[in-house]
Ligand binder design. Structure first.
Ligand SMILES: [Ca+2]
Ligand SMILES: [Ca+2]
Length: 318
């Protein structure tokens, strides 16, 4: 009979410490470790891999590689490996290896002049942005140096005489990818609001400029300083562009208000199958659809079929 536990027969000699621990590959969340074999009088039966003082994995005695997973991007970790034999003797740890995981690439802001720092035109609206307003309302647009959230300039909008639904707004259109996670965000300093609200608003447009989805975040009262309005979700499968607005919108008779906006951004994640696990949470008002490669065959690559009617919110902002 041969039992592992019956083997020791007095073996008290621990294996040699594994040498040459190196990181052969590093990502945002994983580190691939490799080391050289240890030796032992009765044979090495395995290795324990430590992250700090915690064992994160074990391998058998003929394996000298291990992938540490579930790490955090941009974080330093210290790894060691110990060899063990059949008698349960554990080697000393090797020289600790310090590894810093890679930093997640920040998605670029697809909006131009999102910080409103550049103003070379006229009409009071920063470059790359277009103003519009409901006919008949009193409105004003200007770039201001105070208050700003970042840089030296922000965009101010103000309006009065707004009936419910009337608006004073700026917008910019950017090309986007369909069916990927996105975040739209802006900093808003709301000076005053009466029978009105401030909105960060997105119309998702298809290649023919038809609206195939919307997203919005709102502020209903004045603020003390800048606040973040933000919305995340998944871009509609038919979307080709995002039309991003900052809006002062009337909610009743005699609506009036003014606000500054700064640091507007629209970011999207790269198309990545993994990403489809992410778009939950704040995007509760959206249809979370299946990846296109799991769509029924009847689903065209340029259409929105019945299951996705949630995106067809119409062309009228509210
Ligand atoms: Ca031994
Ligand atoms: Ca700015």
């Amino acid at each position: 009979m041969r039992f592992i536990q019956a083997m020791p027969s007095g073996d008290t000699e621990a294996p040699s410490a594994p040498a040459g621990l190196t990181a052969v590959a590093v990502t945002e969340t994983t580190v691939d470790l490799s080391w050289t074999v240890s030796t032992d009088n009765t044979g090495v039966t395995g290795y324990d891999i430590y992250n700090g003082s915690t064992v994160v994995g074990s391998v058998n005695g003929t394996t000298t590689t291990f992938t540490v997973t579930n790490l955090t991007a941009g974080t330093s970790y210290t790894f060691t490996v110990k060899a063990k034999d059949a008698a349960g003797n554990s080697s000393a740890a090797n020289t600790p290896l310090s590894v810093t995981t890679t930093i997640a690439p920040s998605s670029p802001n697809l909006l131009l002049n999102g910080g409103f720092e550049t103003y070379t035109g006229s009409g009071g609206v920063a470059d790359n942005w277009i103003k519009s307003f409901t006919a008949g309302v009193t409105q004003a647009f200007q770039t201001v140096n105070n208050p700003v959230f970042e840089g030296v300039q922000a965009q101010k909008l103000s309006g009065s005489g707004l009936a419910s639904g009337d608006n004073v707004k700026i917008h910019q259109i950017t090309a986007i990818e369909p069916n990927v996670p996105y975040t739209v965000s802006g900093q808003f300093n709301v000076d005053s609001l009466t029978a009105a609200k401030v909105q960060l608003y997105v119309d998702f447009l298809d290649a023919s400029n038809a609206i195939v989805g919307t997203a919005r975040a709102e502020q209903l009262s004045p603020t003390t300083g800048y606040i973040t309005l933000e919305k995340s979700g998944v871009t509609p499968i038919a979307a080709a562009k995002a039309k991003v607005y900052a809006i002062l919108r009337g909610t009743g008779a005699g609506g009036t208000g003014s606000f500054e906006v700064d640091a507007m951004s629209f970011t999207q994640s790269p198309a990545d199958p993994q990403a489809f696990n992410a778009p939950h949470g704040a995007a509760a008002s959206y249809v979370i659809f299946r990846p296109f490669w799991r769509m029924p065959a009847a689903f065209g690559d340029n259409g929105v079929s019945t299951p996705f009617a949630g995106w067809l919110l119409g062309s009228t902002h509210t």
